[in-house]
Design a protein around this ligand. Structure first.
Ligand code: FEO
Ligand code: CA
Ligand code: CA
Length: 564
């Protein structure tokens, strides 16, 4: 593709720094969905229109506590899939959709392909009818049937969708349509078994994810301790099992060590594998950069207060099986190797590399990794190559509104072992957003991001979140008169969070998950949200397609050629 130049002054005002690199547009990013191949389907901008674009008035929306999906002028939406929809003869769409990703079946046709959707977690009252507000011991009070229903509703969905007459629809009966669930057998991509198994039961807690250059999906197991608990070690290195919130381990005796991994799914046949080499943690996402030699660099964050940011560099091309995992020391700008062989301190404590990876949080702390405020989604800026990391919040440390961290790898080399870290954007009433989570860049390098204030804290008179009202989607224009400002463009229904923003390959549709509407519901007859307002009168998580003039105008900004 043609590399565009931007106005130096506009660029610098956005970046807030003096250095201006050449637009880098890494080859893999330009063909993956998040920074999809810029399409020729957008009309080229003539010089008459150029000034209009520069003067584009972007009107955001006010914060709202309304129970609806509200959009800025110039945007519209339709629902593609909601919880319980039939996706094949035997399968239904799971609960609490999060990460979405789209791969066209034929790269020449951006309007027909496979949508991957994560199903992160369950609300027992809705999913299995187990009333967790009245019953506090799921291990003894749940039934097998309830647990099986809950396990069915997590994991992910693969669904073929097509855009016809401007609307995305499920291709019913397509052989690709299938579910991966909490019970699907999944092999470990590792040479030794973990807790006696080389194939484990299912995947859960599938939060955000990523995509590989070889056209597979990555789905990340985040809060796995909610389902099978966690193993903790005392000072004598003796393990204790901490029970889970949902009690599944009392029905299926799976060890926690089978979860907390990055899982790769081949959309063609639904086959999956868990990647041990990327470590075990509350993985939010996995964002990949392909090096010239086809080795890959994978960034991932551990979304817990005071946990860490990691980077994996593969030792083989086109594979996530072997390589070195590093953890970030953001104070000194160093990637610290978690290699057992090369780190005597790790050799003293752990018996081998497998144990380091299974207990990677402990290993990271021993090496002096920097504690971060909940590292969540990660995206690579397609223009500068900077790595942006959402740091959602850290309430015990009085960080209520979070920020976005910027990592600049030394000399722009993604396999560098040193970097510079700084704050890119900070949340708060001044900037108009709180608790940044999922990030996505469009073709013009505009940054879109969602917020994740917790349902129990939103819209409370007392507390720091009242002014922000419902969770939302924001955009930060890259160039033009509003460059660097934050605009709220979509407001979520009550209690919901917007997740999984992903652009279609022609850039004209933004796929977006509406997750956990009505999450504060305690009585099914009186839900706190009824979105998407279907005949069942209860809230349902759903994936929507957002389209409209505003997205197209934002994309056209990339056509601005500069006479610097
Ligand atoms: Fe599932 Fe960190 O969000
Ligand atoms: Ca998230
Ligand atoms: Ca989150």
């Amino acid at each position: 593709m043609k590399t565009k130049k931007f106005n130096r002054r506009e660029f610098i005002s956005f970046l807030g720094k003096a250095g201006l690199g050449t637009a880098i547009l890494p080859p893999f990013l330009t063909h993956c969905g998040n920074i999809s191949t810029p399409s020729e389907s957008f009309q080229k901008v003539g010089s008459d229109d150029l000034q209009k674009l520069r003067d584009l008035i972007l009107e955001g929306i006010e914060a709202s506590d309304k129970d609806d999906l509200l959009l800025a002028n110039g945007l519209n939406y339709h629902t593609i899939l909601k919880w319980g929809d039939q996706i094949s003869e035997k399968d239904t769409f799971g609960f609490n959709n999060d990460f979405t990703s789209f791969l066209p079946l034929d790269p020449a046709n951006p309007k027909d392909g496979l949508l991957w959707v994560n199903h992160e977690y369950i609300h027992p009252l809705f999913v299995s009818g187990f009333d967790h507000f009245k019953n506090d011991d799921p291990a003894t009070q749940k039934t097998w049937e309830q647990v099986d229903k809950e396990m069915y509703n997590v994991g992910g969905s693969i669904v073929r969708i097509k855009e016809e007459d401007g609307k995305w629809k499920v291709v019913q009966g397509d052989p690709h349509n299938r579910r991966i669930t909490g019970q699907t057998p999944i092999p470990l991509n590792w040479d030794s078994p973990i807790k006696g198994k080389s194939t484990v039961m299912g995947t859960n807690s599938n939060c955000s994810g990523g995509i590989t250059p070889w056209n597979t999906f990555l789905t990340c197991e985040e809060n796995y301790d909610s389902y099978f608990g966690e193993t903790v070690y005392d000072e004598n290195n003796d393990p204790t099992h901490i029970p889970s919130k949902h009690g599944w381990e009392s029905f299926y005796n799976n060890p926690p060590e089978h979860y907390g991994w990055v899982v790769e799914v081949d959309p063609k046949d639904g086959s999956a594998q868990k990647h041990i080499a990327l470590g075990r943690m509350a993985h939010e996402c996995c964002t990949i950069y392909e090096l010239e030699d086809k080795h890959v660099v994978a960034y991932t964050g551990d979304d817990i207060n005071d946990q860490h940011l990691y980077k994996f560099i593969s030792s083989q091309p086109g594979s996530l099986k072997e390589g070195t995992l590093y953890v970030a020391d953001t104070i000194n700008g160093q990637w610290l190797s978690l290699d057992w062989e090369g780190q005597p301190i790790l050799k003293e404590k752990f018996k081998d590399q497998t144990e380091v990876l299974v207990r990677v949080r402990e290993a990271a702390k021993m090496l002096g990794a920097t504690e971060l405020n909940r590292p969540e989604d990660i995206e690579i800026d397609p223009i500068t190559g900077h790595v942006l990391v959402a740091l959602t919040n850290n309430k015990p440390k009085n960080d209520y509104h979070g920020s976005i961290l910027k990592i600049e790898e030394t000399d722009g080399k993604f396999d560098s072992l040193t970097f510079k870290a700084s704050t890119f954007l900070a949340g708060g009433e001044e900037s108009g957003f709180s608790c940044p989570d999922n990030l996505a860049f469009d073709f013009s390098g505009n940054l879109w991001f969602t917020s994740d204030m917790s349902g129990s804290a939103m819209n409370k008179e007392t507390g720091p979140y009242m002014a922000f009202k419902n969770n939302s989607l924001f955009v930060v224009p890259r160039i033009g008169k509003d460059a660097g400002k934050v605009f709220r463009v979509v407001s979520a229904p009550r209690d919901a969070e917007l997740t999984g923003p992903w652009f279609s390959p022609d850039g004209k549709t933004l796929f977006l998950s509406v997750q956990h509407p009505g999450e504060q519901t305690r009585d099914l007859a009186n839900p706190t949200s009824k979105w998407p307002f279907d005949e069942d009168n209860i809230p349902k998580p759903a994936v929507v397609a957002i389209q409209g003039d505003l997205i197209e105008k934002m994309h056209k900004l990339r056509e601005i050629e500069i006479e610097s």
